[in-house]
Each structure stands twice: as structure tokens, then as C-alpha cells.
Ligand binder design. Structure first.
Ligand code: NAP
Ligand code: GLV
Length: 306
């Protein structure tokens, strides 16, 4: 079995060592132009030339959950595209969202500012029933986040493409239900894939439907958010602020207004990181299953784009 590694912005050596150790009989290499075609590839945003050189590859294993960068390329027509299926990401995402939610809800930043000035002051307790949390995207990550938020006894709503029944989550499905979902939501969490249907979905028209004083936790992709619309709604006072992990341009350019905005918290696309050992174990398991003709989880539906 020949395996090629082609990952932009990722050091290939540890992946090479891990894959080779797990599959000693395989020929694993880091791609260079003109290398022999592979049976399988481990990829992140690979250049088009790599894909053009693999017309008969069996599967492309994306080392992230989101496949938007890959779906923008011309892919070998027969290749399976396989996303990372949790592999340790959902618990990280649950931590991140719960942290951002509770920091906002309990006003910990304001307490920190008061304490920094030597002030022993109390704030009026907020009620959970006044803070319904709406999660856009109820997939691998969204469902785990919904469960974690529900553990803290917030009302939880979820929105997805297909209808779902999840304990403790008021589920909405399809475009027609988006206004009802948004108008009941105080804290909005975006965990959608970036597709033709979802690009720009966090815009003035949708965000203004959130309850007054609403808050955004955006952990999906920069392309979902119309950044100026968020700023306008915060400046007009309709939204209280946002925690943002993803941006139109990454790294966030120096001088971007988000860096210093008093109501926006920025993190550098780190809410759920790819964990190498878990990911290699998952990918190797799937390669072996495919070699035996068995189905694998996490295969991307190219028509839907996720
Ligand atoms: P997933 O399992 O594919 O789930 C996607 C969810 O979005 C599904 O519930 C799907 O609905 C829903 N959806 C897709 N298109 C929709 C539409 N047009 N309208 C309504 N709902 C729609 O994906 P995941 O593993 O949870 O990951 C979600 C995204 O998180 C990734 O694509 C990636 O962009 C992002 N991510 C970010 C980080 C980070 O560090 N910031 C890390 C990992 C992932 P159905 O259930 O009906 O199909
Ligand atoms: C990270 O953003 C991922 O899609 O895994």
C-alpha cells in the first residue's frame, strides 16, 4: 500500500513517522511534485497539482473535520473523501464553547476588571431561562456541544439540515425554521460546515433576529460571518458581543478591528485542534477497513459539500 502525505501548514515528519509505525508494510512518503501515485493520501488543503497527479487514488483522508478547503479543488472523481470523525475534537469543542458561554453569562471579564481595581463588587445574577443557547449544526461537534451546554442547565436549541430528535435539545430543521430558531436564541454557537448554502449565513439579517443582547460564539469557519455586520450590530447595541475563533482571513491581520474591540474575544483558530495520535489511529483503521472492502464512517457527501 502506498500512502502520500500532503498537508499545507503542517509539519509532515511526525505524521510520516506515526503512519509508518502503524503500517510497517506500507510505503509512506511526503509528497513532492512528480512522486509516484498513491493508493491513499493524508491531506490538508493540498495543492491542485497533487490531486491532478492522483487520478486513481482510493481515498483522501482530511486531517480536520472541515473539508471546505478540499472541496474547492478539482478532486479525482472516484476518490472517497474522508473527514476526521471526532478523533478527540468534540470534547475540546465542548470545553471551548462552555468556557466562552460561562465567561459571558457569569460576567467573569467584568469581575476581573473590578478585581484589578481592588473592587469587591457583586453583579445581579442572571437567570439561565433567560439565556437559551442555539447551536447551528448538530453534527459530530454540535451534538457534543449541545450535551455539554445542557449539563449546565441552559435551555438548548439546535438547527440542522435534516430533522433530529435529541434529548434535552429543541430541534429545528431546514431553512424555513431558521427565523424561529434565531428569535428564541440568546447565545448563538455556529458549528456548521462551510458550503455554498452556509457561506455568509451569519449576517445582519440573521444576527438581528437573535434576542436583544444576544451573543455569538463562532467556531466554524471565517466564511460564515459577515464581519462588518457583526460589528454594526454590536455597535448598535443589539448584540452584547462575540467570541470568535475563526476569521475571513487567518491569521487575523495586524490592525484588524477585532483585535482590540472591547466586546469581542479573539482566539487563533484553536477551539478544537487535530490530535495527531488519535487521528493517525483513526485514519489507519479506516485504510485497513477499506482494504478489506468494509465501509468507513466520515465519508463526505460531495453533493452536499460536507
Ligand atoms: P458535521 O458532523 O458534518 O455536522 C455538520 C452539521 O451542520 C450537521 O448537523 C448538518 O445537518 C448541519 N448543516 C450542514 N449544512 C446545513 C444547512 N445548509 N442548514 C442547516 N444545517 C446544516 O460537522 P462537524 O464535525 O460537527 O464540524 C462542523 C464544522 O466545525 C466543520 O465543518 C469545521 O468547519 C468546523 N470546525 C472548526 C474547528 C475549529 O478549531 N475552529 C475544529 C473542527 C471543526 P445534518 O445533520 O442534517 O446533515
Ligand atoms: C479545523 O478547523 C477542522 O476543520 O478540523
Amino acid at each position: 500500500m502506498r500512502i502520500s502525505i500532503c498537508c499545507t501548514d503542517t509539519k509532515p515528519e511526525p505524521w510520516l513517522a506515526g503512519l509508518q509505525a502503524a503500517l510497517p508494510q506500507a510505503e509512506v512518503s511526503v509528497w513532492a511534485p512528480g512522486a509516484p501515485a498513491a493508493d491513499y493520501a493524508v491531506v490538508w488543503a493540498p495543492p491542485q497539482q497533487f490531486l491532478d497527479e492522483q487520478p486513481h487514488i482510493k481515498a483522501l483522508f482530511n486531517i480536520g473535520a472541515g473539508v471546505d478547503a478540499l472541496m474547492q479543488r478539482n478532486l479525482p472523481p472516484e476518490a472517497l473523501v474522508v473527514r476526521l470523525d471526532d478523533a478527540g475534537m468534540s470534547v475540546q469543542m465542548a470545553e471551548y464553547v462552555c468556557h466562552a458561554l460561562i465567561r459571558h453569562f457569569r460576567e467573569f471579564d467584568q469581575y476581573e476588571a473590578d478585581v484589578a481595581q481592588g473592587k469587591w463588587s457583586y453583579r445581579r445574577p442572571r437567570l439561565r431561562r433567560d439565556c437559551p443557547v442555539g447551536i447551528m449544526g448538530l453534527g459530530v461537534l454540535g451534538q457534543r456541544v449541545a450535551q455539554a451546554v445542557a449539563q449546565f442547565e441552559f435551555p438548548v436549541l439546535g438547527w440542522s439540515r435534516s430533522a433530529k430528535q435529541l434529548t434535552g435539545v429543541q430541534c429545528f430543521a431546514g431553512d424555513a425554521t431558521l427565523p424561529a430558531f434565531l428569535s428564541r436564541t440568546q447565545v448563538l454557537v455556529c458549528l456548521l460546515p462551510l458550503t455554498e448554502d452556509t457561506r455568509g449565513i451569519l449576517n445582519r439579517q440573521t444576527l438581528s433576529q437573535l434576542r436583544p443582547g444576544g451573543y455569538l460564539i463562532h467556531v466554524a469557519r471565517g466564511g460564515h460571518l459577515v464581519e462588518q455586520d457583526l460589528l454594526t450590530l454590536i455597535d448598535q447595541g443589539h448584540l452584547a458581543g462575540a467570541t470568535l475563533d475563526v476569521f475571513q482571513t487567518e491569521p487575523l491581520p495586524g490592525g484588524h478591528v477585532f483585535w482590540q474591540h472591547p466586546k469581542i474575544i479573539v482566539t487563533p483558530h484553536t477551539s478544537a485542534r487535530t490530535l495527531r495520535d488519535e487521528s493517525i489511529a483513526q485514519i489507519v483503521g479506516k485504510m485497513l477497513a477499506l482494504e478489506c472492502g468494509e465501509p468507513v464512517a466520515g465519508v463526505v457527501d460531495r453533493g452536499r459539500g460536507y
